[in-house]
Design a protein around this ligand. Sequence first.
Ligand code: NAG
Ligand code: NAG
Ligand code: NAG
Length: 379
Amino acid sequence: MIHLDLVQSPFSWALLLLGVLVFAAQRVLGKPSTKPAPRPFTPRAKHHPEYSEDAYHDIEPLHSLHLASEQPIQLRTFKPKYHLTMALENTTMSELVAMDNTYEARIKLRSDLIRENTHEVLAHRPAAGPAVSEFYAWMMEYLPSRFPTVYTRTPTGILNTVTSLTLPRNTTDTEQALTLLGSNVDTDFLFLLPAPATDASDGPKYSLEGFITCFPSGFSTRSKLGLSLADIHTPVPGYASKLQKPMDRFFASLPVGRIVKRHNWTITTKPDLFVTSGTHIHAGDQVTEGAQDEVDLARTVLRCERQTLHRLPGTKALVFAFKTYTYPIGQVRGEGSGEALAEAIEGLGRGNVPEMTVYKRQVLWAPRVTAFLRGEIDE
Ligand SMILES: *[C@@H]1O[C@H](CO)[C@@H](O)[C@H](O)[C@H]1NC(C)=O
Ligand SMILES: *[C@@H]1O[C@H](CO)[C@@H](O)[C@H](O)[C@H]1NC(C)=O
Ligand SMILES: *[C@@H]1O[C@H](CO)[C@@H](O)[C@H](O)[C@H]1NC(C)=O
């Protein structure tokens, strides 16, 4: 405990005080010269020589992809204790979209949702226009480069060989771009743009300016349009204290050319992909003590999102993308992961945000779902 002894001697206290004063003086005096001028649409990123725009064009083709025999990615990312963290991994632009044998059914469902629930799944504010056009044009290069067995280049555009429809290479019509992305790619896309910093000590705050999101997991994406990251996540327990600062900082500094990936999971007692409410309990909701959801175990699924975040090189907008996977809990039990998932479900209340058990309605479905996963009950 050498350190403690030092701090306890009067001389060290004087040194410590001096240090604090010097630090404070640096902050006060040094600030004006180091403060960057507010520059909307320019990330306040350090120079990252390891990242460059080449990342957007250096796409690795999957020449032998055969959609019908490609199994969906099996995500089993749950842990015995639930910690609310960013938990990011680096990935590559090639990996932005994942395709598998669910594609045809999924895009049929997506097209129906876009037609029948347009207001809920697709929206944009004027600021998003240039970012959406930029992303659309890039996707029309990416898709045939990455998935040449699904999308091919023709003289008039990009042919989707599954639907036999041809997509234009470019469009400045934001609505059309979002509709075409949503009905040809089984991934949801959200476009975030920076607002100039209001507090000089912080970077810009990002807000949702446009989206095509067919598979929301229990909330209305529409109701988030125009909101900042912090406001979007108001209902999430622990977000403000644990994630808000690191997320704002991360979003502000993500350099052009870097793309990151993360996964999350939950249990839903219905298998539906388009869910705008009913999977969360919010502050103020009445929940009767001892109440339980009616859990139809045959319809209950492990629901995961594979999420990515990257910055567009031209407009500097951020694109948050996610693909949704659902796995029947019978399948999870059958493969031998039942105990691990049951532990993770109980672990929702044992991590850094125990309130997750209420937020995710775990208190209402966990007893039956964990008993099933452990083989104690079958229905
Ligand atoms: C991802 O890349 C960044 C920058 O190169 C690096 O600082 C970071 O440690 C990497 N993250 C992981 C999880 O490997
Ligand atoms: C598409 O966009 C690119 C880049 O902005 C431009 O060079 C090209 O002329 C556009 N093509 C069409 C068909 O509008
Ligand atoms: C995953 O996280 C996102 C926020 O990043 C949230 O909107 C979504 O509901 C979560 N999904 C699942 C399946 O937990």
